[in-house]
Design a protein around this ligand. Structure first.
Ligand SMILES: [Zn+2]
Length: 265
């Protein structure tokens, strides 16, 4: 554990903790995570040397996903574990030893507050933000497994409609690697929604180098898993967030029924 003085160097006593949870005693087999839920920056880091318009765009967080994740968690009575600090401080879906963990450049924006970062300063971000979040996910999975509760891990993300000048056609995408159960089922159900353009591992695919939550908490723990990515312009406001939460609650409810019928959960 870190000491009070170490903590004070990065996160003050009256600053919010990184981990945010909803429906902790939820009965659903789905366990939602949200690595890029928030865009807070510890006061000690100021604005990371960036203007406000950079700190509110997609490089800082997954725009819109917080509202979807919370509404979905409540609708399904499913436990949600989310991380409140900006991925510009530390990206909770990157292995902590890769360069993009604390990015110096994101899309085309240089992050001055991350340049020439001392090893100790980087370690502090890991200790106070990255580790507590992943430790909590670990604990929750441990508990669920020891209680013999079915657990299907679904990390929730959103993606920018235009990246580096290129428009993206998908409304929603799946995000997976080694699980062979949930991703095809999820794709089948999403494709049955005839108004949707569905990305199969688009716009992103999972790898051990570019991702952390799925490889570590899903694959290494042997949990069925698939990430979901929703395009940000569709969930920018509360009505879009509600609609998507309702649609995903219905789809995931159907998937749960199917998995139960097959005896997979
Ligand atoms: Zn994300």
């Amino acid at each position: 554990m870190h000491g009070a003085s170490e903590r004070a160097l990065l996160l003050g006593r009256n600053e919010v903790p990184p981990v945010h949870e909803l429906q902790e005693t939820g009965r659903s087999p789905f366990l939602f995570t949200c690595d890029h839920y928030g865009r807070l920056i510890p006061r000690a880091l100021g604005d990371l040397g960036l203007p406000e318009h950079e700190l509110t765009r997609h490089i800082a967080w997954d725009i819109g996903i917080a509202g979807v994740a919370e509404a979905l968690s409540k609708r399904l009575d499913a436990h949600l574990i989310a991380q409140r600090y900006s991925r510009l401080v530390i990206d909770c879906n990157r292995p902590p030893d890769v360069a993009s963990s604390i990015p110096i450049v994101s899309e085309v924006t240089t992050i001055p507050g991350n340049e020439a970062l001392a090893r100790e300063a980087a370690e502090l971000r890991r200790t106070l933000i990255f580790k507590p979040y992943h430790r909590r996910i670990d604990e929750v999975i441990d508990r669920r497994l020891s209680d013999n509760r079915p657990t299907v891990l679904v990390p929730l993300h959103s993606f920018t409609p235009v990246y580096a000048g290129i428009a993206r056609p998908w409304h929603i995408g799946t995000l997976y690697h080694r699980d062979t159960h949930l991703p095809p089922l999820l794709l089948k159900h999403l494709r049955a929604e005839t108004d949707l353009v569905v990305g199969d591992n688009q716009p992103y695919a999972v790898s051990d180098v570019t991702d952390y939550t799925i490889p570590v908490h899903g694959e290494k723990r042997g949990l069925m898993n698939s990430g979901i990515e929703i395009r940000q312009d569709l969930i920018a406001g509360p009505s879009g967030q509600q609609q998507w939460a309702e649609r995903l609650a219905r789809i995931l409810g159907e998937i749960e029924a199917g998995l139960r019928a097959e005896g997979l959960i």
